[in-house]
Design a protein around this ligand. Structure first.
Ligand code: R5P
Length: 304
């Protein structure tokens, strides 16, 4: 899908797959025209589409998916490096829509499977709780950890809130560094209150803030302020999914030792490439399905 071309090219190259071709354009009235050019009949097809700003992308994505299915592909899967609508994972006030589940219901009507990177799992324990189709999750933590090991001497890994503990702990383990999480309470889309852990005993370490998502930037801004108040050196700020605008990114760049993200959402600070992680997962998935197919053919039964 538009904006995901580089990742699609890289994945096709890594998996020795064929790069599909489609025509997608807007009519003068803003409606979408779709035509699948490649021969997809009988093939395993993967659509690559990050789902940042999903409301502007989703309808065209469903048209493309339906057109591919009409051409009798074997199996259609979505590679969504960023999976949207995972943060409204509970009804907080009566009358709210539980959009994590509603979005899943919409999406899974069009796909046989979903591959994504670090979905925001907080009150939902796993993607299987939300999606009925087959899902595979790729973790970007090792990429962040490898960058930290290369670039930061004596780091301490900080997660800005309780739910970031899952990323902070894994990254700290991979980077052989201590870690801590702060305590955050959200009062509004752009308003968060936070209490810092006391890092006094870790003087001399360089703080590295890690989180899955940066959206308004409020979480990172407040965490940076609390770190500065403890007299620590300028912090590094790393995230998997950059949903923030250019203004927030510029501000984070100027208030940190470095600000960088992965390319699950293409952006100017995307220094960490998730293509090899997703490529490996695709190769693993295709090995698994060959084992299943071989098992079915020779009567051994399948492995999973
Ligand atoms: C939520 O808990 C996530 O892990 C992030 O901390 C949050 O989405 C960041 O949002 P914002 O940048 O708007 O504070």
């Amino acid at each position: 899908m538009p904006g995901n071309e580089q990742l699609a090219i890289d994945l096709a190259r890594m998996t020795l797959g064929e790069l599909g071709e489609l025509e997608l354009r807007k009519f003068p009235d803003g409606e979408t025209y779709v035509r699948i050019i490649s021969d997809v009949g009988g093939k395993d097809v993967y659509i690559v589409c990050t789902l940042a700003w999903p409301d502007t992308r989703f309808l065209a994505l469903t048209f493309v998916a339906a057109a591919i299915k009409d051409l009798a592909c074997r199996r259609l899967q979505l590679i969504a490096p960023y999976l949207a609508y995972m943060r409204q994972d509970r009804i907080f006030r009566p009358g709210e829509a539980l959009t994590s589940r509603l979005f899943a219901q919409q999406l899974q009507q069009h796909f046989d499977g979903l591959i994504t990177v670090d979905p925001h799992l907080h009150r939902h324990a796993s993607l299987e709780e939300v999606y009925d189709i087959s899902t595979r999750v790729v973790h970007a933590g090792p990429l962040l950890a490898a960058w930290i090991v290369e670039n930061v001497a004596d780091p301490i890994i900080i997660g800005p809130d309780a739910e970031s503990a899952q990323w902070a702990e894994g990254i700290a383990r991979d980077a052989s560094a201590p870690w801590a999480v702060f305590n955050k309470k959200r009062h509004g889309d752009r308003l968060v209150q936070m209490a810092a852990a006391d890092l006094g005993h870790l003087a001399g370490r360089t703080p590295v803030l890690v989180d899955d998502i940066i959206s308004s930037g409020a979480t990172m801004r407040v965490a940076l302020r609390l770190l500065a108040a403890q007299g620590l050196p300028a912090a590094y700020c790393l995230a998997v999914h950059a949903l923030c605008g250019a203004k927030t990114a510029t501000s984070l760049r100027s208030h940190t030792a470095a600000f960088l993200t992965s390319n699950t959402v293409p952006n100017a600070d995307a220094a960490l490439d998730v293509a090899p992680l997703i490529g490996h997962e695709l190769i693993r998935a295709s090995a698994d399905s060959s084992i299943v197919a071989a098992g079915l053919q020779d009567g051994r039964g399948c492995r999973r």
